[in-house]
Ligand binder design. Structure first.
Ligand code: C2E
Ligand code: CA
Ligand code: CA
Ligand code: CA
Length: 277
């Protein structure tokens, strides 16, 4: 018995050491990933439900890690958040997105807004607003073609400073959306204090839309609230025609999800723009 317990403890420690070691390895290789140009942007269409045409593209970060293929953000964004690297990496994402938009413009493609995710730590960083200003200056992008997505949780963390930062971003002509709406503290009262133009309903509420009368009621309520506050609404995680039909019926304006396309590399995104004519 004692021996078995000993072995379990041993296994427990080796498991912990292995995961600590792989976390350390991951972090070490992440430290050089930016300098070695291993990050790339993918793009997922956001569709206008009324016309079923492309409205904008969400920018989603990928890491081309040597020996591991393409790594998704859920694997590395939390580490970047933890060690602060999200600040330079996040700034790179904004810059790269603006450069891409200008590149497409030079190629004669019809411009659509690009929506970039801002992490809580990046949002709190003093350097954010000046960095955005510099990027707008350097690239010459029309700020109306740039949007930022921020989660409710990030917004609730700061208090007074939040309003100030949001106000400055808004004054630059960049639109703001609330991401993953419904999953955080959703203090609805705050919504009207913030210069936010759009909310994105988290896919947790869309997933079971066809089966769950409760989820349908929640989504209907979010859409009604948004209408009365004159916000546009994007439904995330739209995977079926059933989802689409229900959202259309409820008067939801935009949809994003695998029904239309997963996030794709820039070449495929350019093809989508080309088809816009
Ligand atoms: P998010 O901002 O909520 O982005 C949507 C995520 O849902 C994306 O995952 C997308 O691929 C996925 N998705 C889209 N449609 C569907 C669908 O129909 N079904 C399902 N099951 N999933 C769908 P992805 O690309 O893995 O990104 C995960 C999260 O990583 C993002 O969630 C965002 O929070 C974060 N992230 C991605 N890029 C960046 C970035 O550049 N900066 C920051 N700070 N965070 C980022
Ligand atoms: Ca997002
Ligand atoms: Ca989201
Ligand atoms: Ca999410």
């Amino acid at each position: 018995h004692a021996k078995a317990a000993g072995r379990n403890t041993y296994q427990f420690f080796t498991q912990k050491m292995n995961s600590a070691a792989s976390h350390f390895e991951l972090e070490t290789s992440l430290r050089s990933a930016l300098a070695q140009s291993q990050f790339e942007l993918h793009f997922q269409p956001i569709i206008d439900i009324g016309t079923r045409r492309l409205h904008s593209l969400e920018v989603l970060l990928r890491w081309r890690r040597p020996g591991s293929g393409l790594v998704g953000p859920d694997k590395f964004i939390p580490i970047l958040e933890e060690n602060g690297l999200i600040v330079p990496v996040g700034e790179w994402v904004i810059r790269r997105a603006c450069e891409q938009s200008m590149e497409w413009k030079r190629q004669g493609l019809q411009p659509v807004p690009l929506a970039v995710n801002l992490s809580p730590r990046q949002f709190m960083h003093r350097g954010l607003v000046p960095a955005i200003r510099r990027i707008l200056d350097d690239t010459g992008i029309d700020p109306a073609l740039l949007e930022f997505e921020i989660t409710e949780t990030a917004l609730m963390q700061q208090g007074e400073q939040t309003l100030d930062i949001l106000g400055q971003i808004n004054a630059m002509g960049i639109r703001l959306s609330i991401d993953d709406f419904g999953t955080g503290y959703s203090s609805l009262a705050y919504l009207k204090r913030f210069p936010v133009k759009k909310i994105k309903i988290d896919r947790a509420f869309i997933k079971d839309l066809e089966r769950s009368a409760e989820d349908r009621a929640i989504v209907a309520a979010i859409i009604a609230l948004s209408d009365s506050l004159q916000l546009s609404v994007v439904a995330e995680g739209v995977e079926t025609e059933g989802h689409y039909a229900l959202l259309q019926e409820q008067g939801c304006q935009f949809a994003q999800g695998y029904l239309f396309s997963p996030p794709v590399p820039r070449v495929n995104a350019a093809n989508m723009l080309e088809r816009l004519g």
